[in-house]
Ligand binder design. Sequence first.
Ligand code: ZN
Length: 340
Amino acid sequence: MLMTEKHSPYTRRSFMSILTASAYGIRTSLTRSAETSTPKKAQIAITFDLEMSRQYPKRNVLEWDFQKGNLNPETKAYSLKAAETAKESGGLIHFFCVGRVLEQKDVSWLKKISEMGHPIGNHTYDHVNVWATKPQQTQFRFQRSPWLLGGKTAEQVIRQNIRLTTEAMKQRLGIEPDGFRTPGGSNNALNKREDLQKMLLAEGFQWVSSGYPQHKYSHPKEEPTQEIYQSILHAQQTAQPYVYPTGLIEIPMSPISDVGAFRSSYWKLKYFLKSVELCVQQAIEQGGVFDFLCHPSIMYVEDPKFETIKLICDLVNQAGNRAEIVGLSDIAKRVSKKQN
Ligand SMILES: [Zn+2]
């Protein structure tokens, strides 16, 4: 049979993005969209974790490890501007808030973000490691000031940290948290951690974003090779949402994060934009999910002109009805529908 455009499993747009990828010398996998005549709509999320990051705004600044929620003015201004920029492009940003942010004198910027319709989730009060088994391992703050633990177990510290954030969001912002993201990500997500899955369900969450897939990293300060981009694309394809046996939904973070790209690998912004573009295009081809993860405390230094979120919004707008920008709760809804 002659492959006219009408009968071809590839639309004109997928040819366009094959061209984009091959211009970079990258092979994208098109198997899934080739098998189904109407590929699923890709769901693209832009997420911002509201916390301070070590090594920013300058290298060797480490004190933020103890004060994750003490946001500086630049981080707050960037978050608000990003929320406005995304909105102007028809997009949305899903924020995850560390509870201590809500101890700050002024939270009007965050209220504005919420009033614009951007979802805000729970990211624990002190940025605690939920996988920790000893109380002092949960956070640097508790290593320096162990009396704050008050004899609690790791499990009690983690539960209280989640609960306090939910309460602070209710009292200070007047909203319930929209989902939960673990501080840090794990390749194992919450697999085989039924205790944590059940804790989150009991705290009122239907989904968690805790997985971060393994992929190769470039040597610091070196331009990433095709092999690195390929590895990131492969990881993005495998990091798709699923349901745990307890019923909790997992929405993994998509690689590469700003932490891996800028803090660990010293990437230039153009390398990061290339990686994001390839992954978004692949998600669109496959009708998959792309859960972009970054931190305004890093991005105001590395991407002051909001190029990354503009790029993501543009790619989704160009894809027409083949992609949409959503909050993570919309992704969770589609996963649970598929289950039932
Ligand atoms: Zn975080």
